[in-house]
Design a protein around this ligand. Sequence first.
Ligand code: SGN
Ligand code: CA
Length: 521
Amino acid sequence: MKQHQLVLALFACLSFWSCTEKASKQKRPNILFIMSDDHAYQAISAYGSKLIQTPNIDRLADEGILFHNACVTNSICAPSRATILTGKHTHINGKMDNVHPFDTTQMTFPQIFQKAGYETAMYGKLHFGNNPKGFDDFMILPDQGNYINPDFITPEGDTTLMGYVTDLITDLTIDWLKKKRDEDKPFMMMYWQKAPHRPWWPRADKFKKYSQMSFPEPESLFDDYSGRGTAAKTAEMNIYSHMTYNHDSKIRPETLKRMGQIDPDVPLYKNGFTYPYNRATLEQKAAYDPVVDSINLYFETHWPKMSREEKMRWKYQRYMQDYLGCIESVDENVGRVLDYLDESGLAENTIVVYTSDQGFYLGEHGWFDKRFAYNESFKTPLLIRWPSKIKAGSVNDDLVQNLDFAQTLLEAANIDAPNDMQGESLMPILTGNNKEWTRDAVYYHYYAYPAYHMVKKHYAIVKKDYKLIHFYDDVDEWELYDRQKDPNEMNSVYDDPKYADIVKELKGELDGLRKKYKVID
Ligand code: SGN
Ligand code: CA
């Protein structure tokens, strides 16, 4: 071969190599990780909701996979997020509650994606008390954030955007996808909504629409907790007793003042009327006022004549109206983003995850909020779409956890996960190789006590048939639920001699899980 032929051959080789290298890089899937705050699976129609239709979120189930037994390791906001980002249980990542800041010296999976050549971005609620690492761009809400005209923390400093938070976070997400990202790189983005977090403040049009609707009650709305131990009885999250008139039910301080002492056993929110309203401009307030006025008029004229049971029912309806009004915006905005993925041609090679930082009580056991290892807060929605790998319309009932998300996404992107992550990649399930999935028990641990809602510390082992929970600290109580016979978890059978062998077996397995996950007492 002559010299010039050699040079040409070398050149051809190099350009072929760089093209295939680029092609293989481009083939790496994009990731759109959608998370809402406190979105109960009971409020997603793909899960058979009796409360609301969520056609856009349902698309992910129709075109991908829906998990019936997805759960969290610790049912509270910031600890759940820390588990998601580190792939480690709370006792290892150290984020025990919503108060103490996250230890940012730890490796999180977005940092690994960034190092592997992905472009990364995060918009919405993080709740860590510090800025996220591993993102090329971010705009996060300080602390819990606000529904109306929210403040945002950005790498360049703080700013305030005018409008409704769910729409704004979506605008930021679509804007980044459309205009800001580097199209030569795959992306990994977090689109993490604040809604439907308390105080459940819908956009004005949804507030109006939902305030005129009524919703079916859960069977256990009037649970007296007699089938369970101390923790269920002392928790402060009962709709009648702990939901405030002003902050939650949208009763104005002036109304309450006129009415005098209403129910001395029900507290009022310390900061007066609910804070999203107080942040609104006069024009924004005017859009809410007629609805707030009619709620207040009804309350003032009917409340004094209502029985305790009727009051519970009324508060439940008010709660659902506002909570579900928030969900409708979440769902419509998911639709906007999915539409953009379709229009831009990105949908085919983008993994879309929809989940929540935990489940939530929508009146089951008379409750709102979360924290417990009982079903509604333990279980979290999980829907994943990945057109080239996941068979459309798949459903799965394996025990999967938010602990698994980091390893799953890393494996999907062909990136090695660090050995000290504690989850398991869901790739076998996503690709239809379900037999490779062997886990049959998960570990749960909630620590934030004493704290808001006063749910006692507890840890649990959960299997498909049974749930064994140990409440500790200022009590020492065990509960056992037979999940097949008592799916609503109304009666602990821990003291029933018929279950003695099961208790013994589960305690042994629980010890095994605690060792496996390196729990130190
Ligand atoms: C706020 C809410 C609580 C809620 C916590 C934690 N109260 O404090 O009801 O449990 O957030 O929620 S409110 O008066 O501010 O509405 S979490 O999702 O961040 O864990
Ligand atoms: Ca939450």
